[in-house]
Ligand binder design. Structure first.
Ligand SMILES: [Zn+2]
Length: 428
């Protein structure tokens, strides 16, 4: 049993009628149909190229694979809800079925795969590097060229030459050879791994090809159909250079996406492609200055806040204006403009400077609905938060010397602060 591979005879054949020569499975969820046909248009996974998909009698394929020259077609299993439909399919050996190829998917594979041929061929011709590994991922492809440290300039030169071969629209031919010695008369890029029944793919003039290598994948008939190839980046990999690239429709989609991003950036920076980077750099400089200025102003405000508190502290016992409390045992201040890290700086200075009095310090950021508790005294800040904050839906924690808690609303925060002021204002 050997499947006739129609994709090797006519790579553009998109549909056919074939005969079932073997069938396994019931089509149900845990036992999908696996069909062998006398001839197939579906390319099975192999040589770094993913398999074709499509339908057989309208039922989608999930996988096509090959074993000992036989191509197996695995079909989409019917779900639990559609078990009846599965039993309605009465395929048997000898039945004729109609096969439809997902052409868009296949053509993209052909574009990408052929792009890889040309790129690898030019790397070989230009720097003697052999492609030792090929990966066709879902978003990009990679090849590993066995030359270390290929420069970006060199890669760009090779990328241009690759596209020149594409624009040249030269023929891509596949020839079959019965044995190794016949095939080895060609200027092969890579030593042959098989002894007989060898397919050699050449791009361009066979006496001086852009690429010539053994391959059993699917290729367009001319290089022009690859459309476009773009190298994305280079990476050192096990003493080789790994090249990331895109080809065909995926390269166009990538360009469309990059153009969209670039257009948005140009609107944002009032720039064009040529001065975008200059304008971004200028904006960065400006931001740096603003951050520096903000830092200085915040530092001044923090110093001023500390000074204020110390000047008022405890001199006349309890002093209360809203949440502004200064008593020997308790200090509460609220700030609309400080963030938590600023409050931490303030509380640290205060606990040090008031270490003789050891008050409980509560600093409030009304901007973030956060309270910082700190003390160098007998109170346990973590315990105060743990025992009480949950009443007003506060979340946080800490240790004896310091704790923080965040409230879902300003009202909840105010209730917590009122509680703290009532309980601790006369604490010694
Ligand atoms: Zn190939």
């Amino acid at each position: 049993m050997m499947t006739r591979k129609l994709y090797q005879e006519d790579v553009y054949k998109k549909e056919c009628e074939s005969t079932i020569v073997d069938i396994q499975g019931t089509g149900k969820a845990d036992d999908p149909f696996v069909i062998v046909l006398d001839e197939t248009i579906f390319f099975p996974t192999g040589g770094g190229q993913p398999c074709d998909l499509g339908t057989i009698d309208g039922i989608p394929l999930t996988e096509v694979y090959e074993k000992d020259n036989v191509v197996f077609h695995k079909l989409f299993p019917f779900s639990q809800e559609n078990q009846d439909q599965a039993s309605m399919i009465k395929w048997k050996v000898g039945d004729r079925v109609s096969c439809m190829l997902d052409w868009d998917r296949r053509f993209e594979h052909m574009q990408r795969h052929c792009g890889e041929h040309i790129l690898s061929g030019i790397f070989f011709r230009e720097c003697g590097g052999v492609n030792r590994g090929f990966h066709m991922g879902s978003g990009y492809m990679t090849i590993d060229i066995d030359v270390p440290g290929i420069s970006w300039e060199e890669a760009q030169r090779i990328e241009t030459m690759t596209n020149e071969v594409i624009w040249g629209n030269v023929p891509v031919t596949t020839r079959h050879y019965e044995n190794r010695s016949e095939a080895e008369t060609l200027p092969l890029r890579k030593a042959l791994a098989v002894e007989e029944d060898i397919s050699i793919v050449s791009v361009g003039d066979e006496s001086n090809p852009a690429d010539c290598v053994a391959c059993c994948g699917t290729h367009p008939s001319t290089s022009g159909q690859v459309g476009l190839l773009k190298i994305l980046k280079l990476e050192s990999y096990k003493g080789m250079t790994r090249i990331y690239f895109k080809a065909g429709r995926e390269a166009l989609s990538d360009y469309q996406n990059k153009h969209r991003v670039l257009t948005e950036l140009n609107v944002k920076y009032s720039s064009d492609d040529n001065d975008l980077l200059v304008k971004m750099k200028a904006q960065d400089e400006k931001n740096k200055e603003v951050r520096q200025e903000l830092y200085l102003m915040k530092s001044t405000l923090i110093e001023k806040a500390v000074e204020d508190i110390l000047n008022n502290y405890g001199s006349s016992g309890l002093k209360k204006e809203g949440h502004y409390i200064s008593s020997p045992g308790l200090l509460i201040r609220e700030y609309p403009y400080f963030q938590v890290n600023n409050l931490l700086t303030i509380s640290k200075t205060l606990t040090e400077r008031l270490s003789d009095h050891k008050p409980l310090i509560a600093l409030v950021s009304t901007r973030e609905n956060i309270v910082i508790l700190a003390t160098s005294g007998k109170h346990d800040c973590g315990k105060i938060v743990k025992d009480n904050a949950h009443v007003w839906r506060g979340k946080g924690g800490g240790n004896a010397a310091g704790a923080r808690v965040m409230f879902p609303s300003r009202d909840d925060l105010d209730c917590f602060i009122s509680f703290v002021s009532q309980v601790y204002q006369n604490a010694k």
